[in-house]
Design a protein around this ligand. Sequence first.
Ligand code: PGA
Length: 258
Amino acid sequence: MSKQQRGKLVVGNWKMHGRLAANTALLQAVAQGSGELPADVRVGVCVPSLYLAQAQSLLEGSSVVWGVQDVSAFTHGAYTGEVAAPMVTDFGATFAIVGHSERRAYHRESAELVAVKTQRALEAGLTPIVCVGETLEEREAGSTERVVGGQLDEVLARLSAHDAARLVVAYEPVWAIGTGKSASAQQAQAVHAFLRARLAAKGAADVALLYGGSVKPDNAEELFRQSDIDGGLIGGASLKDHDFLAICRAAAATSLAG
Ligand code: PGA
């Protein structure tokens, strides 16, 4: 499949932001703005799980899909505070982010735990957005490929080729997240090409590869023009409807129909 046939995907990661009233305005604006995008640009928002029902009620019938930012490694049971993937499916969700660097760092999620969560999401019928990325220290030590390759391999080792093809993978260099310091388009493309080759070796070359880390309206288009960058996972800029929609339009400008 060529890059154009893969289309573009832009997903907002709200992190721990939002309140009912503000969410309503943001979701309505995103739903309306996304209706004007070409069909080969898909748009999603990953909200705090408490707001899934709100996302469902406001986005159903629009072209925007919704999801969560994490799922439990268990399907049910005595795991206080956890949210299981089948619960997420009850609310019509499409995506579950797994292995975000904030969870790996602040919640001590291991590569193995991320792999199990990916399996639970797939079993529930969700599309996992598996995040990988290196720290600044690892990049400067020349370890980027070893780190992101290791994170991806841990997930792929547990999946059939069929399930691997159902993933979305997000390359999010830790040093670029929330820092205003995006990877250059060339730096991102180099890592995406590496990840694409790993996925191809597993028979999953057409997985959507998103870049995340300080994507803004003014750098999105250059990033999205790279041959192995199929879209973005957007943190801070997904909280402002104008910025998020401008990033979606940048995806449209680089898509086949755009
Ligand atoms: P950022 O976050 O766009 O605010 O850098 C991206 C992410 O963490 O998914």
